[in-house]
Design a protein around this ligand. Structure first.
Ligand SMILES: Nc1ncnc2c1ncn2[C@@H]1O[C@H](COP(=O)(O)OP(=O)(O)OP(=O)(O)O)[C@@H](O)[C@H]1O
Ligand SMILES: [Mg+2]
Length: 384
């Protein structure tokens, strides 16, 4: 009864995936028999910690439940190699033990083999990725299922890998094989993929922008797991927890986990438990989310954030440029990059705000985290 249901962290599926039902329905349609949908090729984007990876996990689970073969990969240089030498042979072995035996021994048994296998053997230099995926989809179709390729962490560094896989999948789709592909990444990386040569395929893909949770979704994500484990949470406590999460899924889990632990023997989670949990969870945002996000930025980008943090709410872009001592056009470049990185949002024309909860408070409390680069005008504001 006291096992903590909440899962603060990255890539760990939550006890309740809130607010994504409508989206999952789209994929259920793709996976359903004979259905055609633009979600057959989808590109998921959203800020750090919004829930891209766990959404991919949920889509993969749906696929496996329907007997589909799932090829999952986190993009990095060397992914194609790992797929060709490790994971695809493993999946082939599971689906059709004879097929791999033929490939590995090089013994041609035409009476057993399909055309694909023979091509692999006759032309060993042919990219194996294509032929292995083709064989996997062939086997899946024979079972009345299909092949889902799921790729996480789209990044500029691994665009070549993405291209190789996309070309292979696109080929299968052109042949009208039962294939679906979903790729996820932060906005900047996805934008780079959309611009990249050889990846035009993704420009026609369904763009899925994941947003933070609504207040009602945050409440559900907190209350449901507590209740299903036999405990309760007071109304006021639930309200406080949901609001303090700002709908940021990572914080929902982090606050939920700490509120659960506060007095694990008590049947009800009360406001005092939630207050304590919120304080710890907010403090922990720095190390687990904010500092890692700042690390990936240039000194000028961080200056822009430091200048924004002077305002209590959305900042006027002109004022931010002024504080940085920068020409508005130059500051505009920082702004665009930060928007791309999913670190800031533009709530209205001429305004910018922090996308990640607690970043303003963190930058105010730890100004040095914004000052890892060369001195600039904005830094002066922190000297006194
Ligand atoms: N819809 C949701 N409901 C409840 N919790 C969620 C939801 N989506 C994500 N979470 C939780 O939020 C945290 C972050 O999720 P996830 O790792 O999927 O984010 P991400 O977008 O992949 O982040 P990154 O860009 O850093 O890879 C996890 O603890 C996860 O359990
Ligand atoms: Mg992720």
């Amino acid at each position: 009864m006291h096992d903590n249901p909440f899962r603060p962290g990255f890539g760990i599926s939550p006890p309740m995936l809130a607010g994504r039902d409508a989206l999952l329905d789209e994929w259920r349609e793709v996976l359903g028999l004979g259905a055609w949908s633009p979600f057959r090729a989808a590109l998921v984007t959203g800020m750090r910690g919004v829930g891209k990876t766990v959404l991919l996990n949920a889509v993969e689970d749906e696929a496996r439940e329907r007997g589909w073969t799932v090829v999952h990969g986190t993009l990095h240089a060397g992914l194609v190699d790992a797929l060709e030498h490790d994971r695809l042979p493993e999946l082939l072995q599971a689906a059709d033990p004879e097929a791999v035996g033929r490939e590995l021994t090089g013994v041609t048994l035409p009476q057993l083999g399909g055309a694909t296998t023979q091509v692999v053997q006759r032309y060993p230099r042919e990219p194996r990725l294509e032929s292995m995926l083709a064989r996997l989809v062939e086997l899946a179709e024979a079972r009345g299922a299909g092949l889902l390729v799921s790729l996480d962490e789209v990044s500029r560094e691994a665009l070549d890998e993405l291209r190789r896989i996309a070309v292979a999948v696109q080929h299968l789709m052109r042949e009208d094989r039962r294939t679906a592909i979903v790729a996820a990444g932060v906005p900047a990386a996805v934008a780079a993929a959309l611009d990249a040569e050889g990846l035009t395929f993704f420009r026609r893909a369904q763009q899925v922008r994941l947003d933070t949770l609504t207040l009602a979704e945050a409440r559900a994500a907190l209350a449901e797991p507590i209740r299903s484990r036999g405990r309760t949470i007071d109304d006021a406590a639930l309200e406080r927890a949901a609001r303090a999460s700002e709908g940021y899924p990572f914080l929902v889990q982090s606050i939920g986990a700490r509120a659960w632990e506060h007095d694990a023997q008590a049947p009800a989670i009360d406001l005092a438990a939630v207050e304590a949990a919120v304080a710890i969870a907010h403090e922990a945002m720095g190390e687990s989310v904010i500092v890692p996000a700042l690390r990936g930025l240039s000194a000028r980008d961080r200056d822009y954030l430091a200048a924004m943090a002077e305002d209590d709410g959305p900042a006027a872009t002109g004022r931010v440029a002024q504080r940085m001592g920068a020409q508005p056009g130059v500051a505009g470049r920082q702004r665009a990059r930060l928007l791309d990185a999913g670190i800031v949002v533009a709530p209205a024309r001429g305004l910018v705000d922090f996308a990640i909860p607690r970043m303003r408070e963190h930058l105010r409390a730890h100004p040095h985290d914004a000052q890892l680069g060369l001195p600039t005008a904005a830094r002066e504001t922190f000297r006194e």
